[in-house]
Design a protein around this ligand. Structure first.
Ligand code: ACO
Length: 327
């Protein structure tokens, strides 16, 4: 059976940084509160001229350049996002922007777990031998759906896009994974459609509304993350016949520094093995893992042969882990 190799990573450079101090001009908060509770010092927001598509395409272009794969060689583009430009999906616009004319492209939505879910989905196409080159993108523009008057949520999120290129290979470098969902906890974290009935004709009514800004029960999400994430990483490690001692780098969804620290502590992984860019990016949802991965690769932290434990968690609720070997 063919395997999967990670051959490139990339991310988009967003020009607008929003510091905690700047945010505290908008809501009653402070750099001290945000940094001590979350580790975040600033986040980036998409400029009015940016689109989800343009950021996702930039990340994908950079990943393809590192992988030395041309757009014409790409078979599949998976775009993990909860904030498409078009509710019908944005992956096809990314395909067009890249000029990846042979590729089939579609969106996948699993909130902050989206990148891990998309990575594992992509691997199935490669393992069956159907496709050879796949681009997996995690991108979100949560600033569009943030309630900028709600200090309990608006300080946490940022915008961004990251991508990886996966290639069919003889040796499988997706060593193990585990994916989970629990819809009974959906109420903990929402970006829900809210509507009122609108009479169409006679006694027939349809729904008229829009998506309401993000609402979250922060304490419940925190408890969920610190219990479920170590568990799911251990399951993925078990499937890989590895233990926590084999982890070179943990690249977790960047939701909160305290969550990263608690997960590392429970697993007994030293903090200097935990990749964190919380301070600069905040929580960029589906983009956070590929951005963190790309930065660590470009900083020469992650080296070929390193074992990476990655885990996403978020709305749905969804959570999942993948154990990978870099290149
Ligand atoms: N600035 C100042 N004060 C604030 C702020 C703020 N930005 N936000 C809340 N507070 C206040 C609250 O009003 C509360 O005040 P009160 O005691 O007078 O009522 C006090 O701070 C404590 O609030 P808590 O909600 O208890 O604060 P907590 O220590 O739990 O931290 C936080 C909140 C950071 C949201 C934390 O619960 C957390 O990180 N949860 C996980 C959230 C997360 O990771 N979500 C995303 C995961 S999924 C995804 O990525 C989509």
């Amino acid at each position: 059976m063919p395997g999967v190799s990670l051959v490139g990573s990339g991310s988009a450079r967003l020009s607008v940084a929003l510091s905690n101090d700047a945010l505290s001009q908008r809501v009653d908060t402070s750099d001290d509160w945000i940094a001590s509770r979350t580790g975040i010092r600033q986040r980036h927001v998409a400029a009015p001229t940016d689109s989800l598509t343009s950021l996702a395409a930039e990340a994908a272009r950079n990943a393809l350049a590192m992988a030395q794969v041309s757009a014409g060689e790409v078979d599949l583009i998976l775009l993990a996002t909860s904030t498409p430009d078009d509710l019908f999906g944005s992956a096809c616009q990314v395909q067009a922007a890249l000029g990846a004319t042979r590729a089939v492209a579609f969106d996948l939505t699993a909130a902050c777990s989206g990148f891990v879910f998309a990575l594992v989905t992509a691997a199935q196409y490669l393992r069956t031998g159907v496709y050879k080159n796949v681009v997996v993108i995690g991108a979100d523009v949560l600033s569009r759906w943030t309630d900028w008057s709600d200090r309990t949520t608006c300080v946490l999120f940022g915008d961004g896009a990251g991508a990886v290129v996966l290639r069919a290979a003889e040796r499988d470098r997706l060593l193990g994974f585990e994916l989970c969902s629990d819809g009974s906890l959906n109420h903990c974290l929402n970006l829900a459609y809210q509507s009122d009935p609108a009479v169409l004709v006679g006694d027939i009514a349809v729904q008229e509304g829009t998506f309401a800004p993000i609402t979250m029960n922060g304490r419940e999400v925190y408890k969920f993350a610190v219990s479920r994430v170590p568990e799911v990483i251990e399951k993925a490690l078990f499937r890989a016949s590895l233990t926590t001692a084999d982890i070179s780098w943990m690249v977790l969804h960047q939701a909160n520094q305290r969550i990263l620290d608690a997960v590392a502590d429970r697993l007994g992984v030293p903090l200097d093995r935990v990749v964190s860019n919380m301070a600069r990016h905040g929580n960029t949802s589906a983009a956070s893992i590929p951005i963190a991965l790309d930065e660590a690769v470009r900083a020469n932290k992650i080296q070929p042969g390193d074992v990476i434990a990655t885990a996403g968690f978020g709305a749905g609720l969804t959570w999942g882990a993948a154990i990978l070997e870099w290149q």
